[in-house]
Structures are given as structure tokens and as C-alpha cells.
Ligand binder design. Structure first.
Ligand code: BTN
Length: 321
């Protein structure tokens, strides 16, 4: 990844020092380091806390403990720690995909929103994105991707999120192409948009929405879940960074080895392939056995012994294997 220069304020530095310290760090030490009084240190820390960052003050000094709040500074700190070079943009916006597409840089970045006022889903649908979830768009400039890679990048992103949720001990599965499900309910949606030139993908915008602590409208509770409802407490900043770390590594690997490298991992976590599904094919509702993926990432469906490909659309599982 390419590192973009971005200015670091005194607050940022003080927060990074506190977060770097395993134990507590005293106001004295911070004051000496930055040549400011302990009162000034206290004022800066008050400001940092105002960003929603959980800093505990004890007699001996200050300590950072990640909690469920989300802040730009924590994400920046954790990305730096994990050596993931992404510039971070953070704002309340209509859709992080829309905002990401307006950013004029060739470098890689992530746009994060605490909530979105008009989140967008696949197939021009609305994506409800209230406070408490993870809403982000990775802006990525691939070196070596063709237009035919687009769908497989969507599959790859679903895999990255699903594997991170498995790391939280959740029984997460991928519904083709890329929705992530827990206990038969959707927990994550992905919207990929790209800028293409003749045969090449110039830029991709990978929008990821994960339900964490956000409240789900009553009428969706049968089909949508959150990590909180699944009994998982997680720092949203840490989840964002873990997903981005995994995904950026996978994207680089994809450019070298293509999707076959990930196929077994995807199939292992798929709740579609091997199952009987209901799908809308050429305007007709069909029941079919999902037998695998085509070279392009399309879903291969077996209908009365004949293989048909599903390129886009929704499928519903009819059995619960
Ligand atoms: C879907 O389920 O159909 C896809 C949902 C994608 C939602 C994410 S949230 C971050 C990014 N910004 C958006 O407006 N959409 C994506």
C-alpha cells in the first residue's frame, strides 16, 4: 500500500503514547516528552476522551482500554500497529461508497461512518445503517485486475468478513455471492463499485456494512441479526482493522494467484453451495441444487440435470444443511 502523508496533531501523539503503553503512562512523562505542563496534558486528554475514546485516569497516570465506541483516532492507531497503510476518512455521510468515490487520490484509503443517512445495498436497495454498526468503504487501486475479476472480488470480501467473524467464535457463513449470515440471519452486506478503463479495473470501492450494536427495525428481526444479538462484544475499531488487514492481504494475493487460491476457503464457508435453493432465473422462479462456482464466480445451478448459471440476483436456501 502507498502511505499518504497526513498531519498528526499533538492529541494524536499523546493518544498513541497512551495506547502504546501496556501499563499506565504518567502525566509527568507526557508533559516532559512534549514540553508542556501536566495541566496541558490533562486538557489534551480531556479532548481525546471527547472523541469517544476510553482513557482511564488513575493516580499513577493514564491507560487506554478499547471499548464499543468508535473513533477515527483509534482506527488510525490500530492500523499503524498492524502496519496497514491506509489513510482514514471519518464522517457522518449519506453513503461511504458515495463519499469514497468523490475522494481524489490514487492512494488506498478507508472511509468510515459512525452511521449513514442513505446507505445503499446491492440491486439499488436501501441499506439501513444506524449508529452502532460498522460502515466502511475501502478505496483500492489494483495493479492487475480485469473487468472479469469484479464478481470474484465481491466473493473475496465476503470471505474476509466471514473469516473474521469465525475468529470471534461465530458460526458465520457466506450466502452467494457475498452476504454473511449467522444462524440463518444476515449480519453483513457488501457493495462493490469500480472505475473501469477498457479492459482494466482502475479503482475499486468495496463497501462493507456489518451489524454490530445497531438496532434492527422490528420487521427485519426475523432475517437480520447483529453481533450484539449473537452475544458478542467487540471493539468496532478492532473489527474494522482486522477486516481491513485480512482483506488488503487477500487482495494482494488475489492479484498474484486469482480466486482459485481462495476457492476451498470460500466453499468451506458457503451456505449456498451443496444446498437446494430458490432462485429467480431469467424471470422465472426455480428450485435448484447449487453445485458450484463458474470460472467467473457465477453460481452454477443444477436444474433437472442441466447446469444453468446465475450471474446476479438473490437466492434463498430451501434446506438448512
Ligand atoms: C447489501 O446488503 O445489499 C449490500 C450492503 C452494503 C452496505 C455498505 S455499508 C458501507 C457502504 N456504504 C453504502 O452505502 N453501502 C455499503
Amino acid at each position: 500500500m502507498i502511505r499518504e502523508n497526513f498531519s498528526i496533531s499533538l492529541e494524536d501523539n499523546i493518544f498513541f503514547d497512551i495506547a502504546d503503553r501496556e501499563g499506565v503512562i504518567s502525566g509527568n512523562e507526557l508533559g516532559e516528552k512534549y514540553n508542556i505542563s501536566r495541566i496541558a496534558v490533562f486538557k489534551h486528554i480531556k479532548k481525546i476522551k471527547g472523541f469517544g475514546i476510553n482513557i482511564i485516569s488513575t493516580k499513577k497516570g493514564y491507560k487506554y482500554i478499547a471499548d464499543k465506541n468508535l473513533s477515527k483516532l483509534e482506527v488510525q492507531y490500530m492500523l499503524k500497529n498492524e502496519k496497514v497503510d491506509l489513510q482514514v476518512f471519518y464522517d457522518i455521510v449519506d453513503s461511504t461508497n458515495n463519499s469514497a468515490k468523490k475522494i481524489d487520490t490514487k492512494n488506498d484509503f478507508v472511509f468510515i461512518a459512525p452511521y449513514q443517512t442513505k446507505g445503499r445495498g446491492r440491486l439499488e436497495r436501501e441499506f439501513v445503517a444506524t449508529e452502532g454498526g460498522v460502515y466502511m468503504t475501502l478505496g483500492y487501486s489494483p495493479q492487475n485486475l480485469n473487468i472479469s475479476d469484479s464478481l470474484k472480488l465481491v466473493l473475496l470480501t465476503g470471505l474476509a468478513v466471514c473469516e473474521e467473524l469465525k475468529n470471534l467464535n461465530l458460526d458465520a457463513k457466506i450466502k452467494w455471492p457475498n452476504d454473511v449470515y449467522i444462524s440463518g440471519k444476515k449480519v453483513c452486506g457488501i457493495l462493490l463499485e469500480s472505475v473501469l478503463s477498457l479492459e482494466k479495473v482502475e479503482r475499486i470501492y468495496i463497501g462493507i456494512g456489518i451489524n454490530v450494536l445497531n438496532s434492527i427495525p422490528q420487521h427485519l428481526l426475523d432475517i437480520v441479526t447483529t453481533l450484539n444479538l449473537e452475544g458478542i462484544e467487540v471493539s468496532r475499531a478492532q473489527l474494522i482493522v482486522n477486516v481491513l488487514k485480512r482483506l488488503t492481504v487477500m487482495l494482494q494475493e488475489y492479484e498474484k494467484s486469482k480466486f482459485n487460491f481462495f476457492l476451498d476457503r470460500y466453499l468451506k464457508l458457503s451456505c449456498t453451495i451443496g444446498n437446494v435453493v430458490k432462485a429467480n432465473l431469467d424471470g422465472k422462479e426455480v428450485h435448484a441444487l447449487a453445485v458450484g462456482l463458474s470460472e467467473e464466480g457465477y453460481l452454477n445451478l443444477s436444474i433437472d440435470g442441466e447446469i444453468k448459471q446465475m450471474i446476479v440476483g438473490d437466492i434463498f436456501n430451501l434446506d438448512k444443511k
